[in-house]
Structure formats: C-alpha cells, structure tokens
Ligand binder design. Structure first.
Ligand code: NAP
Length: 286
C-alpha cells in the first residue's frame, strides 16, 4: 500500500507559493494580503488562526488578524468586512468558523466580496463550483483533489464513494469529482448498508468524523482510501478508518491511503495559501 504523503505535497505547494511571492516582491509589487476575522476566544479557533497567520508570513505574504470579543455584534462585524471589501490592498478575507451562536454564519459569509472569499464558502462560489466553473474552491476539497492529482490517481470513470455531505467537505468534494468525470456516490448518516456501498468504491473518501466507521475488510482489493477525518481518541488523532491499529490490515487491502495525521490535514492550509495567491493574481490580472 502506498502512503499518500500530504505533508510532503503541502510542502511542495508552499515552496512554490513562496517562490512566486518572492518574485512578486522582487518586481516591486506589494505581496498578497489575507485578513482573518475571529470572533470569541475558542482555543481551537485561536490556534487555527495563529497557524494561518504564521504560514502566511512564512511564505512572504501579508496577514492581518482581527481578533474580536465574543460580544461583537453581527452588524459591527459586517462594517469591518465591508471595509476590507472596499480596501484595494486586501486580497482575501477569511472568517474563522464557527462564529458564536448569535450569528447567522451564512449571512456573514455571503457579505464578503465573493472575489475575496479565501475559503470559497460564499454562495456565489458554491454556485460556480456546482456549475463546474469554480472561482475560489473550498480548501479541504481542493486539497483532496490536489492529492489525487499529484499522486497520479485517476478519477475519470472511477467509482468514488464520498462519505459525508457537509458544505465544508463532502458536498463540494463530490461536485469537484463529478466535474472530473468520476461516478460519485454520496453517503451520509441516513445511508443504508454503508459497508456494501463502500465495497463498490474504487476510491473511498471518508469525512464523517466517526472513528471505526468502516473496517479494512469493507474495502475492495486495490481500493484507494482518502481519510479526511480527524478524530481524537484517547488523546491521539485517527481517521474514520485509518489508525495505527487498522493500518496493518489496510496495507493488505488497499493500493493507496492517506494517513491521519499527515494526509489531508496539511493540504488544507496549503490550499488556503494557494487561494490567497490565486485571488491576488486574478485581481492583479497576472
Ligand atoms: P460535519 O459537518 O459534522 O459532517 C459530517 C458528515 O458525515 C455529515 O454529512 C453526516 O451526515 C455524515 N455522517 C455522520 N455520521 C455518519 C455515518 N455513521 N455514516 C455516514 N455518514 C455519516 O463534519 P465536516 O466538517 O464535514 O468534517 C468531517 C470530518 O473531517 C471531521 O472529522 C473533521 O474533523 C474532518 N475535517 C478534516 C479537515 C482536514 O483538513 N483534514 C478539514 C475539515 C474537516 P448527515 O449530513 O446526514 O448529518
């Protein structure tokens, strides 16, 4: 079984971004800039924002963090987003999710200028993706597609079983695969006979957030597993299928698999950085 190394792939993407940003600066132009809004002080959100900020800076891009108290009202946040929408020096805007309960997240996300939508979650970007003409792609789905491409795993004509239908992962990944000519079965919590369906998959992508969702024997011989999930069990990260315990059996069954950690996870932040650079280039007509 080939281990699909997301860490190495993400590093390659980031190296290329750093090179392009250095060239932009060498040409006397300002670097791409991402503005991040975080409302509240959830420790996990603070840590995600900090890692996005540090990665931006490490690649030579500008990043502004707007760390706002949980008491910030939706309309106050909208005013600040509007300023970023109008500011020509801001290329991309990201709202760290989840927002506090008193927010209407969809309304806030749709308030971003869709051409500056770093996460690709604006209704317009969702629609364009469905039409097969994506402007900005959501980061995790884009990371999954990039991992498949860079590992020469053909999806055209293959049966992909996508487990999970969230707006963040499952649903947009299924759409991207359909537009890449895969035959896609989209499963969710009400799907009956999940193991039987998984067994039909040439490629199975799990994004349910349920440890031990499937057993190694549920896969057909030679299948590819992309395990997106990040479940913390007894203090350790594992996927919906992949864990240190299941790996020996998976090795006998699968032709390739993403590990957890080190598979899809590192790709998500690399794709965010790619989105920021791509938006900058689209805005600057480069
Ligand atoms: P989510 O919003 O909770 O969605 C989970 C999806 O899985 C839902 O569509 C749900 O079905 C489905 N599901 C739940 N239990 C199921 C079951 N027993 N059988 C089949 N389907 C089931 O989660 P998410 O945001 O998409 O994230 C999913 C996982 O990916 C989580 O572990 C998360 O930590 C991880 N994740 C990883 C990355 C990364 O960078 N690697 C990024 C984002 C998320 P219903 O629609 O019917 O409820």
């Amino acid at each position: 079984m080939r281990i699909i190394d997301g860490k190495a792939c993400a590093q390659q993407v980031k190296d290329q971004i750093a090179k392009e940003v250095a060239e932009i600066k060498a040409n006397g132009q300002r670097p791409p800039r991402l503005d991040i809004f975080l409302v509240g002080d959830r420790p996990d959100s603070l840590s995600y924002v900090s890692s996005k900020y540090k990665t931006c800076k490490a690649l030579g891009m500008d990043c502004e963090q707007h760390l706002l108290p949980a008491t910030t009202s939706e309309s106050e946040l909208m005013v600040m987003i509007d300023e970023c929408n109008r500011n020509d020096d801001v290329d991309a805007i990201l709202i760290q999710l989840p927002l506090p309960d008193h927010y209407n997240s969809a309304r806030v996300l749709d308030f971003i200028d869709y051409r500056k939508d770093a996460d690709g979650l604006h209704l317009m970007n969702v629609g364009l993706l469905h039409l097969g003409e994506p402007y900005v792609m959501p980061c995790t789905p884009k990371g999954i597609i990039t991992l498949l491409e860079t590992n020469n795993i053909e999806v055209a004509g293959e049966h992909v079983v996508m487990i999970g239908r969230s707006q963040l992962v499952g649903e947009p990944t299924a759409q991207l695969l359909i537009h890449s000519d895969a035959t896609v079965t989209l499963c969710h919590s009400r799907t009956k006979n999940l193991p039987e369906i998984a067994h039909l998959g040439d490629i199975v992508i799990t994004a349910a957030g349920k440890p031990d969702l499937l057993k190694p024997s549920d896969f057909k011989d030679g299948a590819v597993l992309i395990d997106v999930a990040m479940n913390r069990v007894n203090g350790k990260l594992q996927g919906d299928v992949y864990s240190e315990a299941t790996r020996p059996e998976l090795e006998k069954r699968l032709s390739a698999c993403t590990p957890v950690p080190g598979g899809v996870g590192p790709m998500t932040i690399a794709m965010l950085m790619q989105n920021v650079l791509d938006i900058y280039k689209l805005r600057a007509n480069i």
